[in-house]
Design a protein around this ligand. Structure first.
Ligand SMILES: Cc1cc2nc3c(=O)[nH]c(=O)nc-3n(C[C@H](O)[C@H](O)[C@H](O)COP(=O)(O)O)c2cc1C
Length: 217
């Protein structure tokens, strides 16, 4: 049973600020390395649940930036990573980028992204995550779902948000993928940032377990 997980550093517990990629200071470099470890540890937690439920292979897409964010030395043996860059070709930095992001999401415009190299249909389960933008899915994830969702055998969805919009986001992802998610997980930023045991950790564990129960038994 092969499982494919799509990840992004943004959404990992404790990652709460935009990084200035020009900042080469020791403080920023240390933070960058620490966050790569946190991402690997969250992938480990997810993989533990999947392996416990009977998965034989877990593949992870390191979907942040140039796709080399995760600290590979911290990953559990048996977890393989596909290193691919997901490029939203539109510049979304600054206030104008933020405004355009909200507008594109509202108007349900897809983004232009680079094609994935992973063979999505070869996986039994594809777990797709998105931040909520304007109560719906982001343009980049919209494009991913549109391009690959229908070919995925089974899908599960998760999202992170300031407070609301998970319903609209999952509804859009379901329509784009053309199938019902086996399970969904919605996380609120403040619970993630606070590493809230019940409303973050507990929900992630329950999500992983629900997937192992539904797909791997
Ligand atoms: C353009 C834009 C629109 C957003 N719209 C919503 C929204 O409708 N509802 C909400 O709860 N949060 C909204 N947010 C907040 C994000 O969903 C939230 O902070 C998310 O966790 C960000 O994930 P990221 O750090 O991976 O980008 C919006 C953020 C941006 C940049």
């Amino acid at each position: 049973m092969k499982i494919y997980i799509v990840t992004d550093l943004e959404g990992v517990a404790g990652v709460y600020q935009w990084e200035n990629r020009e900042d080469q200071s020791l403080e920023n470099m240390e933070r960058r390395f620490r966050q790569g470890r946190w991402l690997a540890e969250e992938v480990n937690a997810m993989s533990d649940g999947l392996f416990a439920g009977g998965a034989t292979e877990v593949w992870v897409n390191d979907g942040h930036g140039a796709g080399a964010t995760m600290d590979l030395e911290c990953l559990r043996p048996g977890v393989d990573v596909t290193v691919e860059e997901i490029i939203d070709t539109k510049d979304r930095t600054g206030v104008s980028g933020w405004l355009a992001a909200g507008k594109d999401a509202t108007l349900k415009r897809p983004a232009v992204i680079e094609p994935f190299k992973a063979d999505v249909p070869a996986f039994d389960l594809v777990i797709i995550g998105s931040p909520v933008w304007a109560w719906t899915v982001t343009p980049a994830v919209r494009t991913f779902c549109q391009a690959y969702g229908k070919t995925a055998r089974d899908v599960a969805f998760f999202c992170t948000m300031g407070g609301s919009g998970d319903g609209g986001t999952f509804h859009a992802m379901k329509a784009l993928c053309g199938k019902q998610a086996l399970s969904t997980l919605a996380l609120i930023d403040k619970h993630v940032k606070a590493a809230d045991e019940t409303r973050f950790g507990g929900k992630v564990k329950a999500f992983a377990l629900s997937l192992s129960g539904k797909t791997l038994s």
